[in-house]
Design a protein around this ligand. Structure first.
Ligand code: R5P
Length: 299
């Protein structure tokens, strides 16, 4: 018990200062408990309200994707430049140091591999809530297949994960999958992002599309955009800039960062767009600067 003798008398109650009434800064999550808000605040920066997530979970269905042959070599140098690392429990625990300070988004569902015709054909939980807690996850990612054969199963998984997440204060990231056969229109993304949010996602990962402004407005929680297949750096920065200008609260990008000629340059350039309002042209200069300095140091 604290020693009460000699303590300064507690009499400053600041009666003229009202208690903070401000809502929580991450859209749609004001009703969450303190623990969940704390984890969301580790993902989204208070100053910009946005996040840069680095996705390197591709191997969970694709095996060693180009650029991710050695996760232990490629990802650690990028960690200081992003807010969140998104990976599987296997990749995080085997390739990423537990001293990492970036947030961690753990993919908690598995799906069939690319050897199967239909990626939505099967799947389930690969990392339960206890394991997510043990790994100190800031977020749990669930793949969903809206409009495909696996729709009902993946929504069931989303609901189960989000219920467990609510119980223990870990937010759920609902991921919108786009298969070969699936349309990538405003109409599709309006429906898919809204369905995920209404079924328990605290944050939704989707794709940029024409009409994105309306998609972001109609989704009651933040949307972060996936990068998709590798684009020339300037185009990827343009896409990120347009998405942020039209209401995205960040990116969850993989190939457009780790397959770049300068992954560190691209991670920094994306950060400038997401957090500091740089245009694509300004951010491209940052990318080039970093890339050239790597050349000069013989990297
Ligand atoms: C999503 O389902 C994937 O596993 C990746 O997380 C996602 O596609 C983001 O990576 P990329 O920017 O390479 O598309």
């Amino acid at each position: 018990m604290a020693d009460a003798i000699g303590n300064k008398k507690a009499h400053e109650y600041h009666l003229d200062v009202p208690a903070p009434a401000e809502g929580f800064f991450v859209k749609g999550n004001n009703g969450a408990g303190w623990g969940m808000k704390n984890r969301l605040a580790r993902m989204f920066r208070r100053e910009s309200g946005n996040t840069v997530m680095l996705a390197f979970d591709h191997g969970y269905i694709m095996g060693p994707t180009s650029g991710l042959e050695r996760i232990d070599v490629v990802i650690p140098p990028l960690a200081p430049w992003v807010d969140v690392l998104m990976g599987t429990k296997g990749a995080l625990s085997s390739c990423i140091s537990p001293t990492v300070t970036a947030g961690k988004c753990l993919r908690v569902t598995y799906d069939t591999t690319v050897l199967f015709e239909d990626l939505s054909a099967g799947g389930g939980i690969v990392c339960d809530i206890e394991n997510a807690i043990r790994m100190n996850a800031d977020c749990m990612a669930v793949q969903t297949f809206i409009g495909a054969a696996g729709e009902a199963r993946s929504l069931e998984l989303l609901a189960r994960v989000s219920d467990a997440g609510s119980r223990y204060g870990i937010p759920t990231l609902g991921v919108v999958a786009v298969g070969k056969e699936m349309e990538r229109t405003e109409k599709f993304f309006l429906l898919a992002t809204r369905v995920l949010a209404e079924n328990g996602a605290n944050v939704v990962k989707s794709y940029y599309c024409d009409g994105f402004e309306r998609v972001a407005a109609a989704c009651p929680v933040p949307i972060v955009i996936a990068g998709g297949k590798k684009l020339p750096e300037r185009e990827a920065l343009e896409m990120a800039y347009r998405a942020i200008s039209e209401g995205a609260r960040g990116v969850d990008m993989g190939r457009n960062i780790f397959q770049s000629d300068s992954p560190v340059g691209m991670a920094q350039a994306i950060g400038k767009v997401v957090h500091e309002g740089y245009t694509a042209a300004q951010a491209y200069e940052v990318y080039e600067e970093v890339k050239n300095s790597e050349g000069n140091t013989g990297r």
